[in-house]
Design a protein around this ligand. Structure first.
Ligand SMILES: Cc1cc2nc3c(=O)[nH]c(=O)nc-3n(C[C@H](O)[C@H](O)[C@H](O)COP(=O)(O)O)c2cc1C
Length: 385
């Protein structure tokens, strides 16, 4: 396993210990989960909002800051307000953000995505629901088969030529991501988006080489991973987000996705980011850490590093996930929206090393465990008591 147990420090919590994947050492294991911000224009160019959202979490101490689902082609956007990386014009705007995030001591990754049959939807701000029609800026969607996600327009079944083009689209996006200063790539193969649609027998009814058996359904994902790795080089980490189960009879199971994770490891993926669901409407037993057992099963079965995500809210809970060997890192979504400084507080809670308030003049201020004591300590203790 590439998680590098040797990187764990004995003088701080597991959560605040560095993690090394290939040539990258993350300052800690509290990572920002990818979260759509629905705040770009139709050109897919990230805005000041994205700088503020991602920059604030870098200041707040996250070890890895991941972008939201970032479309590799315009028709792969989930909503018309999604960011993209299909155009060289988007690269400079991303560069401004990656420069700032890295200046705060965090690493920065891009989640590359194609939404497939779940593209062209409303963003949930009350403007409408379901598929956005063409007159409102929407577009025709594609998928492995012409099966609709319930409530959305039916996609066009992709031709073999269209399927074969997908790995190249992810590879071209990876080239731009490197130009934009990203440290790593996460391929989005979860939540019912295109690569998950191919993986799942509930959405992939193809009779050709991209359907049928689990190996056939996994082919597009593995080809995509290979194409991304070829551009990324050997030194940078490659992550894949999976949905470990469809939570539905006849759909993907944890055992299926553990097998896919074996193949991902064999294809050079460094960490599997374990989420669940999203491909069909299902009843999901949501509760604290409800996806952690899937992360653990995949880590143990596939012998690949994992991250756990989903209703992990406290520092102690995150530390427990790592201590029990379920994952090598923990991702925070909504808790990071609620508190951009979640890792600073976690370090304070777990290690009794008081975080120093981050400030612009000193990038080292967010490297928590080694902070000297001083006036900011008193301020922080007083304000958090
Ligand atoms: C506003 C919002 C947007 C999200 N967008 C994405 C996304 O772009 N890509 C993705 O993989 N997951 C996305 N997610 C899922 C989160 O990454 C995370 O898996 C989920 O929120 C569960 O973690 P939490 O309980 O810590 O929030 C989103 C979640 C939220 C709340």
């Amino acid at each position: 396993m590439s998680a590098g147990a040797g990187a764990v420090r004995t003088d701080v919590s597991l959560l605040m210990s560095p993690l090394t994947l290939r040539g990258t050492t993350f300052r800690n294991r509290a990572w920002l989960a990818p979260m759509c911000q629905y705040s770009a224009g139709t050109d897919g160019v990230p805005t000041d909002w994205h700088l503020a959202h991602l920059g604030a979490r870098a200041v707040g101490g996250f070890g890895l800051v991941l972008t939201e689902a970032t479309a590799v082609v315009p028709e792969g956007r989930i909503t018309p307000q999604d960011v993209g990386i299909w155009d060289d014009a988007q690269v400079a705007a991303w560069r401004r953000i990656t420069d700032f995030v890295r200046s705060r001591g965090a690493h920065v990754g891009v989640q590359l995505a194609h939404a497939g049959r779940k593209a062209s939807t409303y963003r949930g701000f009350g403007e409408g629901s379901g598929t956005v029609p063409a007159e409102d800026g929407g577009w025709a969607t594609v998928g492995p088969s012409d099966l609709a996600f319930a409530g959305y327009a039916a996609p066009q079944e992709m031709t073999p030529e269209q399927v074969a083009a997908v790995p190249g689209q992810f590879a071209a996006a990876t080239r731009r991501a490197l130009d934009a200063g990203f440290d790593l790539v996460e391929v989005h193969a979860a939540h019912g988006y295109l690569l998950h649609q191919f993986l799942s027998p509930l959405s992939n009814l193809r009779a050709d080489d991209w359907g049928g058996t689990l190996a056939g359904r996994a082919r597009l994902l593995l080809d995509t991973v290979d194409a991304v790795r070829a551009v990324l080089g050997e030194d940078r980490p490659l992550l894949v987000r999976v949905s470990a189960t469809d939570w539905t009879d006849g759909g993907l199971t944890v055992e299926d996705v553990a097998q896919v994770s074996v193949w991902l490891r064999e294809h050079g993926v460094d960490l599997v980011d374990v989420s669940t669901g999203g491909n069909v409407h299902a009843t999901i037993p949501v509760g604290p850490g409800y996806q952690v057992p899937a992360a653990r099963a995949i880590r143990e079965t596939a012998r690949v590093a994992t991250s756990a995500v989903g209703l992990i809210t406290t520092a102690e809970q995150a530390e427990q996930v790592l201590a029990e060997g379920a994952a090598d890192a923990v991702m925070l979504g909504r808790p990071a929206l609620f508190d951009p400084h979640w890792p600073l507080r976690a370090a304070h809670a777990l290690d009794d090393k008081t975080p120093v308030l981050a400030h612009a003049g000193d990038p080292a201020a967010t490297v928590l465990p080694d902070q000297p004591t001083g006036w900011p300590v008193q301020y922080a203790r007083g304000s958090w008591a």
